[in-house]
Design a protein around this ligand. Sequence first.
Ligand code: ADP
Length: 302
Amino acid sequence: GVLVVGSISADVTAFADRLPQPGETVLGNDVTLVLGGKGANQAVAAARFGAPTWMVGCVGDDAFADLTAGDLRRYGVNTDLLRSVPGPTGVAHIRVDANGQNDIVNTPLANGHLDADQVDGALAALASQASVLLLQLEVRAGITAHAAEAGRRAGLAVVLDPAPAVAVPETVWQHVDIVTPNESEAGLITGIEVTGVDTARKAAQWFLDRGVRQVVITLGGAGAVSVTAAESHEYAPFAVTAVDTTAAGDAFTGTLGAALALGLGSADAIRHAMAAGALAVTKRGASPSLPDRDAVLALAGR
Ligand code: ADP
């Protein structure tokens, strides 16, 4: 199974013809309220691909807590290891204009309460049932670092999606089995601008030098590159019509973790993850755009 340690949020999205100027009010034409947060999205992607999946994170004690935890369960994610803390659930406040341009205020709120004890308790409870630990950078960096080290010690394969690209303790990399940045994250973290396969390989070396075992850099509509000390592979993209790229990376990493937990080899796991990422861009929004197992298998072709 897959253990996800990370963020959970309510995504409140307002749609308008154009975004307001400072101090201005504009008339909107739609509002959606859905489960989001990179941790929760990746848990949903993993569960939908068919791996037993547990979410370790914090929600508040408000109406958004029921919405987010309820959606996680509805998608098949086990929520026994969620913690409810006093105060509000995390919220991402998103605005989108007619061209699909957006801006976002992402407020961690309850996500800031995730602590090392909760991570240790989850690992102790699940070390025999989970083989993959999925991490992102939307909870406090110290917690992600702690989880990577403790997860490695517990014998799990540690997969880190370094998104958003915030600073992390240098020591985290030696505990990471697979890192899955997109181009901009790889560039921000390594200082090597990534614009394609060649520069992706250079950035990958930066991670390998720091102890990461496998680097998979996603290149959006151009596919992905996987690099280990022994070999490097390019993966061609699946052709789809892009509608909204939100959660492509979460679909990718969640499905990658699930596929590995279910015993697929590295190359097959990456192909299924890419199919999930491609399908996610064909639909609007975060969690509602994550594909189910049948859709992923149909596109991946096996
Ligand atoms: P992020 O959402 O983190 O920026 P990417 O945009 O790199 O991540 O997308 C992750 C993966 O999803 C890519 O490696 C690719 O396989 C797939 N994907 C994303 N955008 C497209 C697209 N326009 N066409 C086909 N596949 C895509």
